[in-house]
Design a protein around this ligand. Structure first.
Ligand code: CTP
Length: 411
């Protein structure tokens, strides 16, 4: 197979931000020190970053630090000449306010422009994102919640906040997202959106079939491939629901996750989500067999070897493909140890799917890499070995092509 890096397709996951221009407005909270890392990550991805600060922010981190990290002047004074309040929010691709204090959210929501940063926000002609950071009482105050709703209603992106330990010594909501998460949201905001308006449902991870309250049957699926696909679909602008068996993975930014345990629960969640979906991607390693006689109490060894009876689990992909009003595109995976292509073609027909992504069961499971064949009724395209993120990007590109083709046929 050809190595994936010979393929010219750009990876959404590694999306280079070269050519993108971002204005970062830093306001006065303790999380201002994390904004240094945001600048470093953005410039490291190729973006050019200009920094504006409130006077209060300069009391937490010196302008000189941001000058060194961004490689340009830092703007603090509204009256320093050159109309920075107009220039900074124009001719750029994104205005990111991080950290965003309760004060700046209130000013922005009411259109107040009484210093450089609030004026930049009011004059901005590009998408605006706020990463709130404050004490939980301030965040939960109805006034702040009202301001955030107003800003979101006006089209701003609200990134976070997260819950966790706060600088004031308490714990709760109001903590700024980590710099890496904020940059990930920026990538999403800046990426092209060929799947905008499309609803995508992805299953991922293993399932867990309980034998008793402490024991069960599962498999070694890590969920990495399914999570990477959910993330790529989100970066492409889709509304993504991720129905996930037990994994330790964090939910990709902007994705709605529904955690499930058993195959039956996964089917329920899928049927509840797939009604108005355009695309269904079944990546989960669903147990083919569930336990017919799970025990309500822990089975004691003194009661002898347990007699476990199995029953067939529903075929989730097959069920969705057979729905009267099924998503326009249904994609499955086939993990095989031999005759990969033939089994994948059989599954494509048997399940009524539009594409099967065939992979080697031994190499894919628990690995960060995958080597696949995208099998449709007309073609079989090998891809990889490559990082699962690259495989996810390529799958989403194939799906975009198939969606565009079917729209052309309908037109
Ligand atoms: N799948 C599913 N529900 C099941 C079993 C599988 O939705 N109960 C989906 C998987 O998510 C995957 C595809 O069907 O997209 C293929 O799964 P696989 O286990 O490889 O195939 P099986 O249908 O179980 O066939 P076999 O056990 O014969 O390989």
């Amino acid at each position: 197979m050809a190595r994936a890096d010979q393929d010219a397709a750009p990876a959404l996951a590694d999306m280079d931000l070269s050519g993108k221009s971002i204005t970062l407005a830093v306001t006065g909270g303790i999380a201002a020190y994390k904004a240094c890392e945001i600048v470093r990550l953005l410039t490291g991805s190729g973006a050019s970053v200009r920094v504006a600060m409130t006077q209060a922010a300069t009391r937490f981190v010196g302008a000189l630090t941001f000058e060194a990290l961004s490689g340009g002047p830092v703007y603090v004074d509204q009256f320093s000449g050159g109309m920075p309040h107009l220039a900074l929010g124009r001719g750029c691709d994104l205005l990111l306010v991080a950290p965003a204090t309760a004060d700046i959210l209130a000013k922005a929501a009411s259109g107040i422009a009484d210093d450089l940063v609030s004026s930049v926000i009011l004059a901005a002609q590009c998408p605006v994102a706020f990463a709130p950071a404050m004490n939980s009482a301030m965040w939960e105050n109805p006034a702040t919640q009202r301001n955030v709703r107003t800003l979101a209603g006006d089209g701003a992106a609200i990134l976070g906040p997260a819950s966790g330990p706060l600088a004031c010594g308490t714990s709760g909501s109001g903590r700024m997202l980590e710099p890496g998460e904020i940059v990930e949201h920026c990538r999403c905001l800046l990426s092209p959106k060929p799947l905008a308006g499309k609803k995508v449902v992805v299953t991922a991870g293993p399932t867990y079939e309980a034998i008793d309250p402490v024991r069960g049957i599962t498999n070694r699926s890590s969920g990495k491939q399914g999570y990477a696909i959910a993330r790529s679909a989100r970066l492409a602008g889709a509304d993504v629901t991720l129905i996930s068996g037990p994994t330790a993975l964090p939910c990709p930014a902007g994705v709605r996750r529904i955690p499930v345990q058993s195959a039956a629960e996964m089917l329920d969640a899928v049927l509840g989500s797939v009604k108005d979906a355009d695309i269904f991607i079944a990546v989960a390693a669903v147990a083919d067999w569930g336990i017919e006689n799970p025990c309500a109490e822990k089975i004691k060894k003194s009661s002898g070897a347990p007699e476990i009876r199995f029953r067939r689990n529903p075929d989730i992909l097959g069920t969705v493909c057979a729905l009267g009003e099924r998503p326009a595109l249904c994609v499955g995976f086939a993990a095989e140890t031999q005759d990969i292509l033939r089994y994948a073609q059989d599954k494509l027909r048997a399940k009524g799917a539009d594409m099967i992504v065939a992979n080697g069961a031994r190499s894919a499971i628990q690995s960060d890499e995958n080597e696949v064949i995208f099998v449709t009724r007309e073609s079989a395209e090998p891809f990889g070995p490559a990082a699962k993120e690259r495989v996810a990007d390529r799958l989403i590109e194939r799906i975009i092509q198939l969606t565009e083709r079917s729209q052309e046929i309908q037109a």
